[in-house]
Design a protein around this ligand. Structure first.
Ligand code: HEC
Length: 508
């Protein structure tokens, strides 16, 4: 790695080497010393047993399905049960192997210079999966909403049709028909959209562990917000997702769901309370991502618990010639519509990581709420427009809210009265060398960040000057650096940096 040829940094030693030539522990020793070994072993065993059980169920059901005398209804139920058993079998196998291999690698690299490197690739692989699955999910969902809003519902339609649509894409002509209820015969290859949602959620949940929970001390906890232990912070994060889902699901089961406007208002209030609580318990960045994770969980759970089961019930009724229960389609439709509005806020939150001026601001909870409501407003305008209703004011108000927000939180609105006290480079550099180079150096001494994060290093005056505006953003305006304030930076030190940068970031 590029760090090896560099001289040792000002902070001195290389992490974790006291100097004496002690032999490194072997793999077996490291494995036995691992505090979570037995928990992991138990989970892997559990997954293995469930793999065997589901395999057994699936085989049994295949046997039963061979009976030609089954009624349509029974056949449908057995087929559904079998496909669930097969999916569960595959999932047990996949996660069992993943955990086993992942843990084996973890034990091998933990505490070595390979740890940060391996975590980065793991992060990349899972994040990649997450983004691809998310694009497929949201892409399909936007496409169907577009379809629904743009169907020709009046001209030249057969009786059984609700609408149709001609489209041209990628050099081909496409013709789509939507049925009023269901076709008389349910076609054999019937395409379902569900794994996109499940994989987005599973990969997202894994990312929470890889990125946030694996380094909870620096990423979840901010001692200036609340003095929590990493375990407490993680419990709050996961708890907020469970509570948030239960509240939302309760709202959907109550009469409130019949009044769309009130439902939206109560939903926004509840989200506001949760966001406020999280931003006052966790670091800004972790609070944001957990609000996003909660909203994403609601979306995926809507697919899993309501939309897919309702669709299954509809297909079953159509196959067995029973009357269709219209309330099922309606319930699925409501949840689908909620998902549609939640999409834009979730995508913003997932990107917010790159924008410390949002999550790092002291009013971060309000900023998140304004962006969430305004982006749902933009989606609302767009949905109405697709249906031929033009409500320009919805768009104008939403965009105006975003512009006003960006002005309200800009540095121009902050007081700079103390900027005049002169500060020279030596003083600013002393702060950086005391609080930043543990990570941002060619030779970091931090236990987690063994390579300079994002390649940002502050070893020379030129490197510091080149990054002055970023230092202002992360260490002065937002307190998002040092990460989790791991190196204990004080407000006075932030002021020193602020003065030096506002006075032109001059080198001697
Ligand atoms: C504990 C390790 C750690 C310490 C100490 C630390 N940082 Fe960082 N820094 C990181 C990590 C990890 C990232 C990348 C993730 C992110 O942007 O939040 C980062 C990113 C940054 C970035 C953004 C770089 C980019 O390309 O977006 C800046 C600027 C920065 N740090 C400045 C500072 C300053 C100034 C200090 C000292 C006051 C400091 N950091 C102390 C770990 C640290």
């Amino acid at each position: 790695m590029h760090a090896s040829a560099q001289p040792v940094g000002p902070a001195g030693n290389v992490a974790g080497s006291p100097g004496a030539a002690t032999a490194l522990p072997g793999y077996g020793e490291k494995l036995m010393a691992e505090p979570h070994l037995w928990i992991i072993a138990a989970v892997v065993l559990l997954l293995f047993v469930s793999f065997l059980c589901f395999r057994h169920f699936a085989n049994q059901l295949t046997g039963k399905l061979a009976d030609p005398g089954l009624s349509e209804g029974t056949r449908f139920d057995l087929e559904q049960a079998r496909s669930t058993a097969i999916a569960s079998r595959q999932a047990s196998k996949f996660f069992g192997l993943l955990l086993l291999c992942g843990y084996a690698v973890y034990v091998a690299v933990a505490g070595t210079e390979m740890q940060g490197y391996v975590m980065q690739w793991l992060n990349l692989a899972v994040r990649w999966t997450h983004v691809i699955a998310g694009i497929m999910w949201i892409g399909a969902s936007f496409y169907f909403i577009f379809l629904e809003n743009n169907l020709n519902r009046t001209e030249d339609l057969r009786d059984e049709l609700a609408g149709n649509l001609w489209a041209i894409h990628g050099g081909g002509f496409y013709y789509v028909e939507k049925f009023k209820v269901a076709p008389t015969v349910i076609p054999k290859p019937l395409h379902w959209f569900k794994y996109e949602a499940y994989f987005t959620w599973l990969s997202g949940f894994s990312l929470l562990f890889i990125v946030y929970y694996a380094d909870a001390k620096s990423l979840m906890v901010d001692p200036t917000v609340a003095a929590l232990s990493p375990a407490e912070a993680i419990s709050i994060g996961i708890g907020s997702m469970i509570i948030g889902w239960l509240v939302y699901d309760g709202m959907c089961r109550s009469k409130l769901v019949l009044h769309q406007g009130w439902f939206a208002l109560v939903g926004i209030l509840v989200l506001g309370v949760i966001t406020y609580a999280l931003t006052h318990l966790l670091s800004g960045r972790a609070a944001y991502i957990h609000v996003g994770a909660l909203l994403g969980t609601i979306m995926a759970a809507n697919v899993f618990f309501t939309i897919i089961p309702s669709q299954k019930a509809l297909v079953r009724a159509a196959k067995t010639g029973q009357p269709l229960d219209a309330s099922l389609g309606k319930k699925a439709g409501q949840r689908s519509l909620h998902n549609n509005y939640i999409t834009l806020p979730v995508v913003f939150i997932m990107l917010s990581n790159h924008f410390p001026s949002t999550f790092g601001h002291s009013g971060n909870w309000l900023i998140l709420m304004v962006i969430a409501v305004a982006s749902a407003g933009i989606k609302h305008y767009w949905n109405l427009l697709d249906r031929g209703v033009k409500r320009t004011w919805v768009l104008v108000v939403s965009i105006a809210a975003l512009v006003l927000l960006s002005v309200a939180i800009s540095p121009a609105m902050e007081d700079t009265v103390d900027a005049a006290v002169p500060v020279n480079f030596a003083e600013a550099n002393a702060v950086i060398q005391r609080r930043c180079v543990q990570c941002h150096s060619a030779n970091p001494t931090d236990d987690v960040y063994v390579v300079a994060p994002n390649g940002v290093m502050y070893d020379t005056p030129e490197q510091i000057k080149a990054k002055a505006s970023m230092i202002m953003e992360r260490a002065v305006r937002t307190h998002t650096m040092p990460l989790g304030n791991k190196t204990g930076m004080t407000d006075q030190e932030r002021t020193v940096l602020k003065r030096w940068i506002l006075q032109g970031a001059k080198l001697p």
